[in-house]
Design a protein around this ligand. Structure first.
Ligand SMILES: Cc1cc2nc3c(=O)[nH]c(=O)nc-3n(C[C@H](O)[C@H](O)[C@H](O)COP(=O)(O)OP(=O)(O)OC[C@H]3O[C@@H](n4cnc5c(N)ncnc54)[C@H](O)[C@@H]3O)c2cc1C
Ligand code: SF4
Length: 478
């Protein structure tokens, strides 16, 4: 314990952030890596609480105090193993979890007037050290089982489930409609938050662990859901949510108004070296344009910061509430402001105008009215408050809803909630259809990577229990 409790003498430090003028010119991750001594020093600030609120508030219940102590003692391999015991993608969570709302936001030393322990940066440091030293090896199960599991979707929920099932020896196949695996980690979240090499390295590990990944394979198109169910002993639906909410504003049919995922996917594909027609012909390239992004969540922040890096002439973010009420992470808003994004708070588009292509947005100013049932103040338009914003490219980032899975999968019996998410038993994540489970955003609605991992792990447990039960029945019957 002597190495710990240094928070009284040592100030909180985070890894150095690249200067905004430099980072605007590239898509590289903006935070530098902790150096060895800094990670150990910062880890030693932890007070090793009896009831660690950091762990309690982590969706994976990561054993944070233990791996901080091991890091402070220089036992990095042990620290990595403790961290990886609960988290399938610690390198991803270390980079893009909103720690300010989860572990770090609940670290008790903050309440005693000292800055929180820098948990996320230490998590990233120990995992990257583990990769660099070859401590992360493909999964080799103790026994190979004959049962197979089909997973639809290769995002964090599908990846976490696949890894857990493979550890137990199941034969796992992941199907994804995209040409690369990783879900939103590969085509949603931009490089400057999470470098693609981090995702590709993890996908290679899955393949080296003999997890089969079949790409360009859309369930409901390339095969029916029924066929998949017949092929596998259990199926997991981890398809995420992709139906973009749209703005119903006059003029929204004009050209150069796009949903956020079109813009981000094109940019991510370009960064991966693909030829992207809509980028090459200029429609999904912000260069030299006045860009207006509508929305206030993390997706909107990723769009504005991508537009800055594509050398837009100006980038504005329209949000109908104020800064305090933004749903996006405060850290990302600050990063965007530093990079020159103009925030137009309390504003909503009233009309898009232009000759075939959008040329300007007439905006309505808003005020915050009475609180609704959720406690949030409802934005109300202020009459006669119109303003004009020049716009050559408008990006809608208003959130996502589930696609109609029962219809797409031709499985009308699959039960969904009134929000269109798949209904599951919250403990086992099984659906109402025998042998079919669901996890991640398609169950929760648009959420976070860390919750998708948690669901993937829970679903793997549910699937394993289900397959074990069937086996026991077979043995008893024989
Ligand atoms: C722009 C953006 C930025 C974000 N930033 C953050 C962040 O900083 N931090 C954070 O924690 N979270 C962030 N999130 C949220 C996070 O990415 C998601 O919560 C998480 O990826 C959900 O994981 P998932 O596995 O459920 O689904 P996804 O990651 O969406 O993966 C689903 C996969 O299923 C595939 N699929 C869908 N339908 C079919 C079908 N019929 N057949 C075959 N395959 C199919 C898709 O191609 C996709 O690959 C962000 C989201 C977006 C959109
Ligand atoms: S809450 Fe903070 S001080 Fe307490 S165990 Fe967690 S990281 Fe350490």
């Amino acid at each position: 314990m002597s190495k710990m409790l240094k928070f009284v003498d040592l100030n909180r430090e985070t890894p150095e952030k690249v200067n905004s003028q430099v980072r605007k010119d590239n898509f590289l991750e903006i935070y530098k890596e902790f150096i060895d001594t800094k990670a150990k020093e910062q880890a030693s600030r932890c007070s090793q609480c009896g009831t660690p609120f950091c762990q309690v508030h982590c969706p994976l219940q990561n054993n944070i105090p233990d791996w901080l102590k091991l890091t402070a003692e220089g036992r990095l391999k042990d620290a990595y193993e403790v961290s990886a015991a609960t988290n399938s993608l610690p390198e991803v969570c270390g980079s893009i979890c909103p720690q300010d709302r989860l572990c770090e936001g609940n670290c008790v030393i903050e309440q005693s007037g000292h800055g929180t322990v820098t948990i996320g940066a230490v998590e990233k440091f120990i995992t990257n050290t583990a990769w660099d030293n070859g401590w992360i090896k493909p999964i080799v199960p103790l026994t190979e089982l004959k049962e197979s599991v089909g997973i639809i979707g290769s995002g964090p929920a599908g990846i976490a489930a696949a890894m857990e099932l493979r550890k137990e020896g199941y034969q796992v196949t992941i199907y994804d409609r995209y040409d690369r695996a990783g879900g939103l980690l590969i085509y949603g979240i931009p490089n400057f938050k999470l470098e693609k090499s981090t995702v590709l390295r993890r996908i290679k590990l899955l393949e080296d662990s003999k997890i089969k990944i079949i790409k360009n394979f859309e369930v409901g198109k390339n095969s029916s859901f029924k066929e998949l169910k017949e092929k596998h002993d259990a199926v997991l639906i981890a398809t995420g949510v992709y139906k973009a909410r749209q703005i119903n504003t006059p003029g929204s049919e004009l050209k150069n108004i796009y949903p956020a995922m079109h813009f981000l996917t094109a940019s991510n594909k370009k960064g991966l070296g693909d030829k992207v027609e809509e980028f090459e012909n200029g429609s999904l390239n912000a260069e030299g344009k006045n860009v207006v992004v509508v929305g206030g969540g993390d997706t909107a922040m990723d769009c504005v910061r991508t537009a800055v890096r594509q050398k837009a002439k100006s980038v504005s973010c329209l949000y109908r509430r104020d800064k305090v009420n933004m749903p996006g992470s405060a850290r990302e808003v600050m990063n965007a402001e530093e990079e020159g994004v103009k925030f137009v708070w309390l504003s909503t588009p009233k009309v898009f105008e232009g000759n075939k292509k959008v040329e300007k947005v007439i905006i309505n100013k808003m005020r915050l009215g009475e609180a609704d049932s959720s406690g949030r103040q409802t934005p109300k338009a202020i009459e006669g408050s119109e303003e004009i914003l020049k716009a050559d490219l408008v990006i809608e980032a208003l959130g996502f809803e589930p696609e109609e899975i029962p219809k797409l999968f031709n499985e009308p019996k699959l039960e969904i909630t009134r929000w269109g998410t798949i209904k599951v038993d919250l403990k086992t994540l099984k659906t109402n259809i025998k042998g079919v489970f669901a996890a991640g955003d398609i169950v929760r609605g648009a959420s976070l990577v860390v919750w998708a991992i948690r669901d993937g792990k829970d679903a793997a447990k549910g699937i394993s229990q289900y397959l074990n039960k069937i086996n026991q029945k077979k043995i008893r019957a024989a």
